[in-house]
Design a protein around this ligand. Structure first.
Ligand SMILES: N[C@@H](CCC(=O)N[C@@H](CS)C(=O)NCC(=O)O)C(=O)O
Length: 259
């Protein structure tokens, strides 16, 4: 069920479900939203925004200019992962990606926030990359790094602490999967697939991407989204990659279509 590709003006004035994602970049948030719609078999139209092209219409429509955006009929466009997940769950309650049990739900939203929320692992990883570019000789202090740093709250202090925060977060996710495995579960939360599994699978492609045949992207983008920082590489226990592979193989679309 391939989404219809439309442009931003069409999306703004259309009805039904529309999403706007970054094209050609393995953005965790955008790829996770695409994954959720795939799992729930929700028909939708998609705008693939090319990084650096104008965002005027998106800003007028959604009040901001980050990706992804998810819109349902004339309701206010959703611009954060938690609102997007709740809308998807409302439009297609099955298969559920938000656990039914209270305790599992509390755990899942906690883990998701650590990975996907503001100042979570993904967010901090972005600021770590900004810090690396700004501080290394021959880096990119004025271009994309400055833009992302200003937009997502970079300070030198946050940059200094980012490596440790990302490494310890990744290590905690690995520990969780090991605990779950020892109690016989293949999933982050309880005994079933949840949004957290999808969020991790999507995030991993911006840290240690799937092979090119399964996730085609330019060499330059692949290099930017492959972490080589030794302490984070060390924290990336094989169970995290096994889990990513399991989720993609069983629940998500392969090869990944970043267009
Ligand atoms: N607002 C989203 C996060 C969105 C986000 O961080 N988007 C990044 C994805 S890499 C983005 O749009 N980057 C490109 C840009 O800001 O121009 C949420 O809180 O769920």
């Amino acid at each position: 069920m391939k989404p219809e590709k439309i442009d931003i003006e069409q999306a703004r004035h259309a009805t039904g479900l529309r999403i706007v994602t970054l094209a050609y970049i393995p953005s965790p948030w955008g790829e996770a939203l695409k994954g959720i719609l795939h799992i729930k078999q929700l028909p939708h139209a998609r705008v693939g925004h090319v990084f650096g092209s104008p965002t005027t219409t998106l800003r007028e429509w959604s009040g901001q200019d980050s990706f992804p955006v998810m819109a349902w009929n004339d309701e206010p466009p959703r611009t954060t992962w938690i609102d997007q997940l709740n809308l998807a769950e409302r439009l297609a309650p099955t298969p559920r990606l938000i656990p039914e049990q209270f305790e599992d739900r509390v755990l899942m939203f906690g883990y998701c926030n650590e990975l996907f929320g503001e100042n979570g692992i993904g967010w901090t990883e972005r600021l770590r990359g900004v810090h690396e570019q700004i501080t290394k000789p021959g880096g990119d202090p004025a271009g994309v790094s400055a833009y992302l740093g200003k937009k997502y709250g970079y300070t030198p202090e946050i940059g200094e602490r980012a490596t440790q925060r990302v490494a310890s977060g990744i290590a905690a996710l690995a520990k969780r999967l090991q605990e779950q495995k020892s109690r016989g579960s293949r999933f982050f939360i309880g005994d079933n697939l949840s949004a957290m599994d999808v969020y991790w699978a999507a995030s991993s492609n911006a840290m240690k991407p799937l092979v090119p045949e399964l996730c085609p992207m330019s060499d330059q983008i692949r290099q930017v989204f492959t972490i080589i920082e030794p302490s984070i590489v060390d924290a990336m226990h094989p169970i995290l990659i096994e889990h990513r592979d399991f989720i993609f193989k069983n629940y998500l679309e392969l090869p990944v279509d970043l267009s």
